[in-house]
Design a binder for this molecule. Sequence first.
Ligand SMILES: [Zn+2]
Length: 279
Amino acid sequence: MTRITEQILAVPSNYLYPEWSAEAGKQHANWLGADHISDDHQTLALSVHAWLIQIAGKVILIDTASGNAKQRPLNPVFHELNSPWMDNLRAAGVTPEQVDYVVITHLHVDHVGWNTVQRNGKWVPTFPNATYLFSRAEYDFYSDPANVEDPSVGVFEDSVQPIVEAGLVRWIETEAKGLIPGLGFHMTKGHSHAHYSFSLASGDALALFTGDVMHHPIQVKTPQWNSVFCEFGADAQRSRLWALNYAADRDALFFTSHFAGSSVGRVRRLDNQFEWIAQ
Ligand SMILES: [Zn+2]
């Protein structure tokens, strides 16, 4: 598995987590380390990236970051990006034509952007030979502009609908089972309407790709904290606990979408809490 990074953001701690406290910063800064929290504890680092998986001769992307040249006037950190994300993918040895599957956790701005690129003024699929896996429930919900929160305005039109119109989507709920051997689909709603996590079993190894179930490793210790971007708070808390328990019970490798230092780790239980063992 290779992390294909788009950018690293510094987000004010007390903005990302409404329940943030100076006390929490003091308590957790040491084990988090400089990759994840600033010296003064005022900002938290978040990575934006996709995961590249090459298994059994297939090339799979989990999520596609934010994309270049997208118009996001309400969201400066994703507006008209010109990041080296595609160069990073090519440096990992993969061309867009070689991608077989694009598996999407949810339809927010920073997870679907490279689904499309602009050609002759139109947004067209970046990965023309890929099958894209979306949740139908997620698609239906965000097809109504009234349900789209400010950071993701425009995303459905330029990064989601063109893939559906190109006929490249298979719906997770009804069409995806068995397409990719070993891939399991787990509804982890809350951060978004129908957010999914994905397990991947290969031999004795098990991985869990958790999208935005968590944004930062501090949430392993404070799983009751939702980020400011979580749309359905109680569901998001339940899904976070589900994912932590799933990984701890099975010793699964836990792949995150936004942890900035190491984005991969194992979850262990310690004194009635979880702890994060970065890999
Ligand atoms: Zn995200």
